[in-house]
Ligand binder design. Structure first.
Ligand code: ZN
Length: 886
């Protein structure tokens, strides 16, 4: 899954695909690992589901019947399986090779999301078929089978159906053993309108008209797989395809958008052979579709259903009229992420949600690797530093958790998809790949995939495979970073230059957001360092490690920035590095700046070294680093909102340093310019627009005036950026005009974007209007919640108070899987300690004690930040005074 806001087989599947789809075991064997904290009693193992579903899109209901081939593995009077919001009309059990069936008494436990079938007599172990006829709901948020409404090419209202099952929503579509370790095969048949296109994991095996304007589409049998990967969609779709070897890749989208899907299709066709090679096992299904859906979710942007990825349209369609360069790159990134899951997640699946990071950390890492491979000019290596920093932002709090988590409730499953699983997972893998060497790491991945194809794994299986491939010593490092929470802090002692080499002592501690006394954890940390000569690697353990590095230049620790730790230099070392910063590579420049700022904000050092680093970056340097530096300054600007003089000094500084860069780039995109320049331009427009730079405001006003008469007056790739400047500074008349344009917008992505802009106004009264608009039917089922999050970024308290007073209504606007984390999203922009009791009361009143972690994390963040704020303010103000603009 991609959150909002996204690799030696001995058998060639091309020659024996049917056999490789793993026949069910012949004997009644408990294939589910008994040490897993699964929730269903282990009395039966399903092998095959034959499902026929008839959706009634107009009534938002469906009818279905399923035949489940299963083995009862111990005598029992009860079969317990997952079902949520389903009504059974009959349940019939038949013993294999026996005559006659028995009916079951059915009871539901809505809290546990289970159905219990009770039989008159105990069932003997053996093979059975369970037939259930049932009906269910079509949801209007992305859970189970859901509907997305939109305007079609002809401007008429249309409705398409899709499914979204991860983590625990297959049970809203099919009564099933809906846990990842119960892998089975699926035969799906759908009864749908004769003129629509139905899509599933596998290609259609047969389709026939059955009268009444309907057809019956039967899909080929899937490989053995987890229930959360099953997919079905039906609608007025177009589909474009390309052959890749003997497989077919395709993009499915709302009809009329075929041209906008070409970029995604090309990416898919490019990535598939690369992954076939990297994983060593060719992609096993006959086709791989990526299915675009109009709308959005507060929980996810794309989902890796096997053979039929789902992606919201904004992240799959490349529309020159509205798609920014950042979004265009996201199309490639998301594709690379979801395609990595086809192996890591789909072919080999974590046994239980405790190990969800195996899916998400790995796919995030592979996505960056593929992007760096195909588009080295996009700076994915520098983005990795941002991802490390995002992970550390959460991992520095007391309420963080280890990468391998403890997941025991459905809410915890949903909450497990967080920055630790994705970004820390990615950062730790990047560090381990670097430690193992890329070739050894890849060989380990090939062994892992080959050994566990069509099966389930736990984290240790990955370490065993990579150590087996030759990465000696990897497991103890990997275990330290995945089983313990938190961030190592490496303190660098004073350096001695001896015989042309730098000798230094590294001391290990733990980094926390508020410099609190941390629990005594220790890690085996692979540390790379250079002092102007060759890079040296050592693994620190225990408290102090001696390190000798050739050369006597400024000492750089974490050279290449792959390490997941913070580095605290002595003031002299930091000063020497700042002086040499322009000569360092872009990744190290950005890594040092980010690391130093985090240490200063948390109180490990004064603000001065961090501000010196920020100041040392040449404003004309690498565009991606410049981008990052402007973002860091802007984060500091936001923290100083109680000190207008300091804010104004930062704004002036950024305008002075980076205004000329923007003038040089120009206000409009230039044909053939580097992608990183196309990314830097909107960052600069946005920041300078926020600081009310007169040049930017004048251009925004000019473009807005032109847009009033011509909707195409603003270049498509900068539309959201320029309108964002206008929306932030909007008065009531301007706001109302954007509102009218949102109402009139045809495409779903443009419509969502314009409605989202209505939440960005700095004027609080307009923020309130946007919130009220979100509760009306006008924006549409999946757009409203995005307006609320947009208001929260600018006015967190206003949005939170509003949501608290309309909680029942707001919950209807969010996917079930995103509800318990929605408050975390709203609070992300908050810095005021007065929010803490509000969040505490909300959690107590609305969330079970086991499910409060996301809210607790925001509380911890606000507490840590506000405890350091007075010091940050005074030290920053002093630094700004001491460093007037030259
Ligand atoms: Zn994912």
């Amino acid at each position: 899954m991609k959150l909002v806001v996204a690799f030696l087989a001995s058998v060639s599947l091309a020659t024996v695909p049917a056999a490789a789809f793993a026949a069910p075991p012949a004997a009644q064997v408990d294939t589910v690992d008994p040490s897993l904290p699964t929730q269903l009693p282990r009395t039966a193992i399903p092998h095959h589901y034959a499902l026929t579903v008839t959706p009634h899109a107009d009534r938002l209901t469906f009818d279905a019947r399923v035949a489940i081939e299963l083995d009862v593995i111990k005598p029992t009077r009860e079969l317990v399986l997952n079902a949520a919001d389903l009504k059974f009309t009959s349940a019939l059990l038949t013993r294999a090779k026996a005559k006659g069936s028995v009916t079951a008494r059915v009871s539901f436990d809505p809290a546990a999301q289970t159905a219990t079938l009770t039989f008159q007599r105990a069932l003997a172990p053996g093979a059975y078929r369970l037939d259930i006829a049932y009906s269910g709901k079509i949801n209007t948020q992305a859970n189970g089978l859901f509907a997305l409404d939109y305007k079609n090419k002809e401007g008429k209202g249309a409705r398409s159906l899709f499914t979204q099952f991860e983590a625990a929503d297959a049970r809203r579509f099919i009564p099933s053993w809906d846990e990842p370790d119960y892998k089975a095969q699926f035969d799906l048949t759908a009864v749908v309108p004769a003129n629509s296109m139905a899509v599933s994991n596998m290609p259609a095996a047969a389709s026939r008209n059955i009268g009444g304007g309907l057809k019956e589409v039967r899909f080929q049998t899937t490989p053995i797989m987890s229930s959360y990967l099953l997919f079905f969609a039906d609608g007025d779709f177009g589909r474009i395809t390309k052959p890749v070897g003997d497989r077919e890749v395709g993009i499915v989208m709302t009809r009329g958008n075929e041209g906008k899907a070409q970029f995604a299709l090309d990416a898919e066709a490019e990535i598939l052979p690369y992954y076939n090679d990297y994983f060593g096992t060719p992609y096993p299904l006959p086709k791989l579709d990526n299915v675009g859906g109009p709308g959005q979710s507060q929980f996810f942007g794309a989902m890796e259903n096997w053979g039929a990825i789902f992606t919201f349209e904004y992240a799959i369609l490349n529309d020159p009229a509205i798609t920014s360069e950042a979004q265009r790159q996201t199309i490639f990134d998301d594709e690379a992420h979801e395609m990595a899951h086809q192996w890591f997640g789909d072919l080999v699946t974590m046994a239980w949600w405790d190990d969800i990071w195996l899916n998400e950390g790995f796919a995030s890492w592979m996505q960056s690797k593929a992007t760096q491979h195909f588009h080295p000019d996009w700076g994915a290596d520098i983005d990795r530093v941002s991802e490390r920093e995002a992970a550390m932002g959460l991992d520095a709090l007391n309420s963080t958790h280890p990468v391998v988590q403890q997941v025991r409730t459905v809410e915890q499953m949903n909450q497990a998809f967080d920055t630790i699983a994705y970004e820390k997972g990615e950062s730790v893998i990047a560090m381990l790949e670097d430690f193992a060497s890329p070739d050894v790491w890849r060989d380990g991945i090939r062994r892992y995939i080959a050994a566990h194809a069509y099966q389930n794994t736990r984290t240790n299986d990955l370490w065993t495979a990579v150590e087996g491939a030759g990465a000696r010593g990897l497991t103890r490092i990997a275990r330290d970073f995945t089983l313990q929470p938190g961030i190592p802090l490496i303190r660098v002692g004073s350096a001695q230059c001896v015989n042309g080499a730098t000798a230094v002592t590294l001391t290990q501690g733990k980094f926390t957001a508020d410099h609190s006394l941390a629990s005594p954890l220790s890690w085996h940390v692979p540390v790379k360092a250079s002092a102007g000569g060759a890079i040296v690697q050592t693994v620190t353990g225990g408290e102090a490690t001696q390190l000798t590095v050739p050369g006597c230049g400024p000492l750089l620790v974490n050279a290449g920035q792959r390490g997941y730790y913070r580095t605290l230099y002595t003031p002299q070392q930091a000063q020497a590095l700042a002086a040499r910063l322009p000569q360092l590579g872009p990744v190290d420049q950005f890594g040092l700046i980010s690391d130093s700022l985090a240490l200063s904000l948390a109180g490990y050092q004064p603000m001065q070294p961090a501000l010196d680093f920020l100041d040392a970056v040449p404003p004309t340097g690498n565009a991606k680093v410049t981008n990052g530096v402007v973002v860091r300054w802007d984060q500091l600007y936001d923290r100083l909102d109680a000190d207008p003089a300091a804010q104004s000094a930062i704004a002036t500084r950024i305008e002075h340093a980076y205004g000329p860069r923007l003038m040089q780039l120009g206000f409009a995109p230039r044909a053939g310019e580097p992608a990183v320049d196309a990314l830097l331009r909107p960052t600069l427009i946005d920041a300078l627009g926020k600081y009310r730079d007169p040049r930017v405001l004048a251009e925004a006003a000019r473009l807005f005036a032109a847009w009033r008469t011509d909707p195409n007056a603003i270049p498509g790739s900068l539309k959201a950026t320029w309108l964002g400047v206008i929306a932030r500074n909007a008065d009531a008349a301007t706001w109302e005009f954007i509102h009218q344009r949102a109402q009139a917008a045809k495409g779903s992505a443009e419509r969502s974007s314009l409605y989202g802009l209505l939440g960005r106004a700095h004027d609080e009264a307009l923020g309130r209007r946007a919130l009220e608009l979100a509760l009306t039917d006008e924006p549409g089922k999946t757009v409203s919640a995005a307006i609320i999050t947009s208001v929260a970024a600018e006015h967190p308290r206003l949005a939170i108070d509003f949501v608290l007073s309309h909680l029942t209504q707001v919950n209807q606007l969010i996917d079930i899987s995103g509800r318990s984390s929605f408050m975390q999203r709203l609070a992300e922009g908050g810095r005021d300690a007065a929010l803490i009791p509000v969040l505490e009361d909300y959690a107590k009143a609305n969330l079970a004690e086991s499910d409060r972690k996301p809210v607790q994390q925001e509380i911890d963040r606000i507490r840590a930040q506000s405890s350091q704020l007075p010091r940050i303010q005074s030290e920053t103000a002093a630094w700004l005074k001491a460093h007037p603009l030259g």
